[in-house]
Design a binder for this molecule. Sequence first.
Ligand SMILES: [Zn+2]
Length: 288
Amino acid sequence: MKIITDERCTGYSRPGHPERPARIRGSIDYLREQKDLPIQWEEPISVDETVLERAHTKVHVSRVKAASADFDGDTPAYADIYDHAIRSVGGALHALKLARAGESAFSLLRPPGHHAMQARAMGFCYLNSIAISVFEALASGTGNVAVFDFDVHHGNGTEAILEDHPHTSFFSIHQHPCYPGTGTENVGNNCFNYPLPPETPRAKYRDTIRKALEDLARLKPDLIAVSAGFDAYARDPIAQETLEAEDFLWIGKSIRDLGIPFYSILEGGYSSHLPELVFSYLKGVTGV
Ligand SMILES: [Zn+2]
């Protein structure tokens, strides 16, 4: 298993904000200490700015670079947020590269990205790492790429960026009603949404994920880009779903069992148990 991280991503925070450095610091410590899963640690690759413009407007990229006023209440203008966001993009691009080389890869970085729109930062997200990596995959020879997003929030940014884009598809399982309020129905010819009410029983949540993965497999993508969020966990502080650590193991295994190359990047997950949830997922991904 290759995990891509960079401890500089713990270098920004705001008191009381759920998207906090301990998410990554705790996960790195936990994964270093465990003995079940052999891990090779990697760093994000450097990113040519032109790849950002496949998913975002130039104006948006400049705005993130020069951020001085908060984008919204959830999405502060941290000092150097552009450098942090672009390292998250570099993590996704490295994970893509590794997946293509037949490796299991997980990008463990912050900030997350799946709410970032073409021209707007929102929901703790500044640059849409997963969408940028999908476009890079297409530009460098992959035929069809599917995004599988199991974060408890709808990946509205990824959907908006990929909507009707040839050779891409987007599958999102999420709580509704919940932030950002979208994802109630399918959109365009390639975006498929599986909204579930708060407090959905685990068995039903799993059934819905199983159904989404079957729908995804039917499109026969060459590659799957996974937006891995761990906030559908029963004790997550900002959502109301019911999954347990073993469900994330099952999700990882279910994706692996499709037999299609894939890579995963961290999106949300705000409980103090995040390290164990990531570990469970990675066990499923690697079949340990
Ligand atoms: Zn989320």
